[in-house]
Design a protein around this ligand. Structure first.
Ligand code: HEC
Length: 102
């Protein structure tokens, strides 16, 4: 029971990848580097999630909150339809894209 519970709570980056590819890559890019096909037309460009420095200023909770609520003043809309599990999976996947700091 305890084992099952901890498995259910552990974030699953592979499941997060599917959420990201279905909802986010037009802007954020398939590599998460902010160079999606729609990004060119945006005034505020999506950040580069592959940079460790970007992650150094944010917690997973911060990132999940921005996805859930959107980022006011930017084209980043609120993804209220994602469940808490989908959110934490997506954040785990995005964090896995970050290259180690040089
Ligand atoms: C219409 C284009 C677009 C789509 C679709 C989109 N984003 Fe964004 N996103 C942006 C822009 C523009 C920003 C603002 C610049 C920045 O901070 O990266 C942003 C910001 C963010 C941030 C940074 C918030 C912060 O705290 O600085 C995260 C994380 C993020 N998006 C994740 C996602 C995820 C996950 C999805 C899919 C569920 C998604 N975005 C879909 C354009 C988009």
């Amino acid at each position: 029971m305890i084992l099952l519970l901890s498995l259910a709570l552990a974030a699953d980056p592979a499941a997060g990848k599917a959420v990201f590819e279905a909802n986010c890559t037009a802007c954020h890019g398939i590599a998460g580097d902010g160079k999606g096909p729609a990004a060119m037309a945006l005034k505020v460009k999506p950040a580069d999630f592959t940079q460790a420095t970007w992650w150094s200023t944010r917690t997973d909770t911060d990132v999940a909150a921005s996805i859930r609520s959107g980022k006011p003043g930017t084209p980043m809309s609120a993804f209220t339809q994602l469940t808490d599990v989908q959110l934490s999976n997506t954040v785990a996947y995005l964090r896995s894209l970050a290259k180690p700091a040089p």
